[in-house]
Write a protein that binds this ligand. Structure first.
Ligand SMILES: [Zn+2]
Length: 236
């Protein structure tokens, strides 16, 4: 990738690029733009910065973002299974083994995982949430735990995730990142508010009070039930 589609100082304004991108649903013209978002962190940051300026496009972009990420995750996970023919079979059926030479796996998914952890509203999409969890678990199982060095809000959301392995990953990661100070709090506010709301509104007792109509697409206001363990107050 010689030039970045999104991060080009002095190039066309990213907001303009984003508007074209949003109106050209599915056109192959933006294939490189999608690829940049899958492999280049600067592009991801620039994309989201521009996205903040165009709230009226959020719904269209939400469809494109989730589709792009789901495709990329699915492709990467599938490639991994094909590359690797080592299996152990246990009582639960077939489980896949892969080792740290599966560094490729991390390389392919690092940017999308950072994007999701940094902009965790993406986790509202149930399928994407599932794929992200699966990727993190595979790395855990391969003893090459996904490393994060910044206090990305998604980590804190995963502290209450129904999947135990991801929860453990989040607890360790959050602990390694240290105390949340005032500056961090500002970045994490949205996520922490969501976490508190689950308790305040009594969602653990009756998770279905709030129907999906309240869960706005692409906006992290309330946690949907796939994001926390509804059966276990203690984990919360
Ligand atoms: Zn880039």
């Amino acid at each position: 990738m010689s030039t970045c589609c999104w991060y080009t100082p002095g190039g066309a304004s990213t907001v303009d690029v984003l508007k074209c991108y949003a109106s050209s649903t599915g056109s192959s013209q933006f294939q490189t733009a999608d690829e940049d978002l899958c492999y280049c962190l600067e592009c991801v940051a620039e994309y989201h910065r521009a996205r903040d300026e165009v709230p009226f496009l959020h719904e269209v972009l939400w469809e494109l973002e989730t589709l792009r990420l789901i495709n990329h995750f699915e492709k990467s996970m599938k490639a991994e299974v094909e590359d690797d023919e080592l299996y152990i079979v246990d009582n639960n059926g077939e489980e896949q083994l892969f080792d740290c030479s599966g560094q490729d796996f991390e390389n392919r998914l690092r940017v999308p995982l950072f994007e999701i952890l940094k902009y965790p509203y993406l986790l509202l999409h149930e399928r994407l949430n599932e794929l992200c969890v699966e990727a993190l678990c595979r790395m855990e199982q391969a003893n090459c735990s996904f490393q994060v060095f910044d206090k990305y809000p998604g980590i804190y959301l995963f502290l209450v995730h129904p999947n135990e392995m991801v929860r453990r990953w989040a607890i360790l990661t959050a602990r390694n990142l240290g105390k949340v100070d005032r500056d961090d709090y500002y970045n994490l506010q949205e996520v922490l508010t969501c976490l508190f709301k689950v308790i305040e509104l009594g969602l653990l007792e009756s998770p279905d009070i709030y129907t999906s109509s309240v869960l706005e697409k692409g906006k992290l206001v309330l946690l949907p039930t796939h994001m926390y363990d509804t059966t276990n107050y203690k984990n919360y």
